[in-house]
Design a protein around this ligand. Structure first.
Ligand SMILES: Nc1ncnc2c1ncn2[C@@H]1O[C@H](COP(=O)(O)OP(=O)(O)OP(=O)(O)O)[C@@H](O)[C@H]1O
Ligand SMILES: [Mg+2]
Length: 357
C-alpha cells in the first residue's frame, strides 16, 4: 500500500525500562527503516499504571529525537500495563442485540475501574456457529479498555513536546503487527504464541490466521530479577543491573546466588506461560500450537529460549522485527542485532499509518 508521507507515523514505544523509537518510510514498492534508537530510563519514571515523572520522560523523548535528527512529529504510541485491558469475549448475535450495550455490560465484568472512566474499543474478529450457539451466530470480539486519564496523560505529555499522536495502539497488538510483517513461513491454520518479556510486564498474544485467540498481560518481567539482586546484595538499581547483564564481575559464591535468582524467577515466568498454554489447549482443543516467538529485553536472558523449549515442548524462536524491511545504509547492522529484541513493539507501531485499519 502506498502511504502518503503526511500519514506516516513514527513508532514510539514508551516502556518502563526504555523508550524506543523507529522511523519507517513507506514507499510504493518497499519499506525502509530510516531511524532507530533507544534510551534507558531511570527506574520508577514510569510504572505499569502510568507516568510518574513526566518531565523526565519528555526530556528522554526529545533527546532521542534530536540525536536521531527526526523531524516527523506524528507518532504512533502504544499502551501497556494495568491501565489498559484487552480481553476476548464472545456474544450470541441475537436479532435484537445492541452490540455497544452488550459489550459494555460484558466489559463491566472484567474491568476493575468505573466503566465511565475508560475508553472502550472493540473489534469483531470472527462469527462462529457452534453447538452451544443454538443456530445463532456467536461473535468473537476483542475488547480493549484503557483508562481515559492514562490516555490524556500521554496525549498531554506528547503535545507538550510538539508531538501529535495519530494512533494509540496496545503493546500486545503492535507486537502482533511487527510479527505478521516480518515472520516467514507462517501457516494460516496454526497457532503461534507471541510473548514480549519486558521489564515490568509479560505480554502474551496467541494468534492464528491473523486473529488473536487469547491475550494476557502479567505483572512479571526483568525488573523482578534486578530487584532481587538489589535485595540480596543491598545495592542500588544501577549496580544490580550491571551484575544482571554480566558487566560487573563477581566471586563464584555470589555468582551462584545470581544463578539461583535467575532460575527462580524464570521458573515463575515458565509457570505463567505454561498456564496460558494449558488454557489455550482447554479452550481450543482442536488447535495445534506450532511455535512460540519471544521478544522484549528480558527474552535475551542467556539460555531462556532453550529452557522455554524444554519446559513447554514447543519450538521457540525470536521475533526478528526487521525482516522484510530495507535498511538505510547509515544504520549499523551490529546495532540492529543488539536492539532487535527490544524494538519489536516500536517497529509494529512504525508500520502503521493514519487510516490503515
Ligand atoms: N542481555 C540481557 N540479558 C538479560 N536481561 C536483559 C538484557 N538486556 C536487557 N535486559 C532486561 O530487559 C528489560 C528491559 O526490556 P525492554 O526494554 O523490552 O522493557 P520495556 O519495554 O521498557 O518494559 P515494559 O514493556 O515491561 O514496560 C530489563 O529488565 C533489562 O534488565
Ligand atoms: Mg515493552
Amino acid at each position: 500500500m502506498i502511504v502518503h508521507k503526511k500519514n506516516q507515523l513514527l513508532g514510539l514505544d514508551i516502556g518502563t525500562y526504555s523508550i524506543k523509537i523507529v522511523e519507517i518510510e513507506h514507499r510504493k514498492k518497499d519499506k525502509i527503516l530510516k531511524n532507530i534508537g533507544i534510551v534507558h530510563l531511570r527506574p520508577g519514571s514510569l510504572s505499569p499504571n502510568g507516568i510518574k515523572n513526566p518531565d523526565y520522560i519528555k526530556q528522554a523523548i526529545t533527546g532521542l529525537l534530536e540525536n536521531l535528527k527526526i523531524r516527523n512529529k506524528k507518532i504512533a504510541i502504544s499502551l501497556s500495563g494495568t491501565s489498559v485491558i484487552a480481553k476476548k469475549i464472545s456474544l450470541l448475535d441475537k436479532e435484537d442485540i445492541n452490540l455497544e450495550d452488550a459489550i459494555k455490560r460484558e466489559a463491566e465484568q472484567f474491568i476493575p475501574f468505573d466503566i465511565e472512566d475508560v475508553n472502550l474499543d472493540y473489534d469483531i474478529m470472527a462469527t462462529n456457529y457452534d453447538e452451544s450457539s443454538e443456530d445463532m451466530p456467536r461473535l468473537e470480539i476483542m475488547v480493549v479498555a484503557a483508562k481515559k486519564s492514562l490516555i490524556n496523560n500521554y496525549v498531554n505529555l506528547l503535545q507538550d513536546i510538539g508531538l501529535t499522536p495519530g494512533i494509540i495502539d496496545v503493546d500486545l497488538f503492535a507486537m502482533q503487527n511487527a510479527f505478521e510483517f516480518s515472520a516467514e513461513g507462517i501457516a494460516p491454520d496454526k497457532c503461534y504464541i507471541l510473548i514480549d518479556i519486558g521489564s515490568e510486564t509479560i505480554n502474551t498474544n496467541v494468534i492464528k490466521g491473523g486473529m488473536s485467540l487469547f491475550v494476557r498481560s502479567s505483572l512479571l518481567g526483568g525488573i523482578q530479577i534486578s530487584k532481587q539482586i538489589m535485595n540480596e546484595f543491598q545495592i542500588e538499581f544501577e549496580d544490580a543491573e550491571k551484575i544482571k547483564l554480566g558487566i560487573m564481575k563477581l566471586e563464584e559464591e555470589q555468582n551462584k546466588k545470581i544463578r539461583n535468582i535467575f532460575k527462580d524467577i524464570v521458573k515463575e515466568w515458565i509457570d505463567e506461560i505454561n498456564g496460558n498454554i494449558e488454557f489455550i489447549r482447554r479452550t481450543y482443543p482442536g488447535e495445534e500450537i506450532e511455535r512460540i516467538f519471544i521478544t522484549g529485553g528480558s527474552s535475551r536472558i542467556l539460555g531462556l529460549k532453550e529452557i522455554l523449549r524444554a519446559e513447554t515442548r514447543i519450538e521457540v524462536e525470536y521475533i526478528y522485527p526487521f525482516k522484510g524491511l530495507n535498511i538505510d545504509k547509515k544504520i549499523d547492522p551490529a546495532y540492529l542485532e543488539y536492539i532487535s529484541n527490544q524494538a519489536t513493539v516500536a517497529v509494529g507501531l512504525a508500520l502503521r499509518s493514519i487510516g490503515d485499519k
